[in-house]
Design a protein around this ligand. Structure first.
Ligand code: ZN
Length: 311
């Protein structure tokens, strides 16, 4: 048998030991989805990287819900423990992990509120939870629908670049991309979102003859990026202005897509998470830092998961 054959056979026989040896000599790298795959294959320590990348965001999000910092720590650990078990069992999403972790944290803190509504929850969160933890009804759903039709990798790019405003280095690490590729990826993801939005609108077959006539001009008016010089967009704006004045449906599309970043920032997080205190979250995220290693709570979660799998 070739040396490669032996190595492959050895890895199959002792996946955990070999993965651990690999970790000791070379810390795991790769985007979030690759890390999660490594965890599923038995490299439990790879998940430390997920904690390092997303701890500040999850802790900040929970800080917008409760004033009890001990509770924030506990819920942050539980969020990652829960996500770790999902990853180990192969039940986790591949992308975008930031949204997945914030949604997990929201579910846990909401459950805390149900059990102990008199706890030190902050007024905004308390009002939202008391009202049934409802999704906002005043948001237009079309942008979120278009976002959901995109490949998960594009969703992650849009979330990190527009909603989180992440700097290139931290975002590309999560995405598993090269640092220099971030702007290009973000620009392509914006184009894909616009196209998906316009395509969904065409497919919904709600367009009048008049709207159909103006479709191409509307698409040109809301197009972005370096391939669309201001002059060209200005001409499209001028041509469609009369139609927008009389057509609410096209006005809505124009409103959603002409200033895409602002609309994504304001519409998307409340529609994906329900609870979203954007400015507060961003302010708090800057003051959080990940815990030092070793991450005892993760080792306990790994031991519990292994025990339940063998039991
Ligand atoms: Zn129209």
């Amino acid at each position: 048998m070739s040396r490669l054959g032996v190595a492959v056979r050895g890895r199959l026989v002792e996946p955990y030991r070999l993965a651990l040896d690999r970790y000791r000599t070379r810390p795991p790298t790769g985007g979030d989805s690759e890390i999660v795959t490594q965890v599923h294959r038995g490299d439990v320590r790879a998940f430390d990287v997920i904690v390092e990348r997303h701890w500040a965001a999850v802790a900040a999000y929970l800080c917008t819900c409760t004033a009890d910092l001990e509770s924030v720590d506990d819920l942050t650990e539980r969020t990652f423990s829960h996500a770790f078990v999902e990853a180990a069992q192969g039940a986790a999403p591949t992308f975008p992990w930031r949204v997945h972790l914030l949604a997990t944290a929201r579910g846990l803190v909401l459950r805390e509120w149900v059990h102990r509504p008199v706890g030190p929850f902050l007024p905004g969160f308390r009002r939202w939870a008391s009202a049934g933890g409802a999704w906002p009804l005043n948001c237009r759903p079309h942008l979120a629908e278009a976002y959901r039709t995109l490949p998960e990798s594009r969703q992650a790019v849009l979330w990190h670049s527009i909603v989180e405003g992440d700097i290139s280095g931290s975002a590309t690490a999560c995405l598993g991309a090269r640092r220099g590729d971030f702007d290009r990826l973000a620009s392509r993801a914006r184009v894909a979102l616009r196209e998906s939005y316009l395509e969904l609108r065409q497919r919904a077959a709600v367009l009048s003859v008049e709207c159909t006539k103006y479709s191409a001009l509307l698409a040109a008016a809301v197009a972005g990026g370096p391939t669309d010089p201001d002059a060209e967009r200005g001409r499209a704006d001028e041509c469609i202005a009369d139609h927008l004045a009389v057509c609410g449906r096209c006005r809505e599309v124009y409103g959603d897509l002409a200033d895409l970043d602002e609309q994504v920032r304001t519409q998307l997080p409340p529609l994906l998470l329900g609870w979203w205190p954007g400015p507060e979250y961003h302010r708090l995220r800057a003051s959080q830092s990940p815990p030092g290693r070793p991450l005892a709570f993760l080792r306990e979660a790994a031991a519990r998961a292994a025990a339940s799998a063998s039991g």
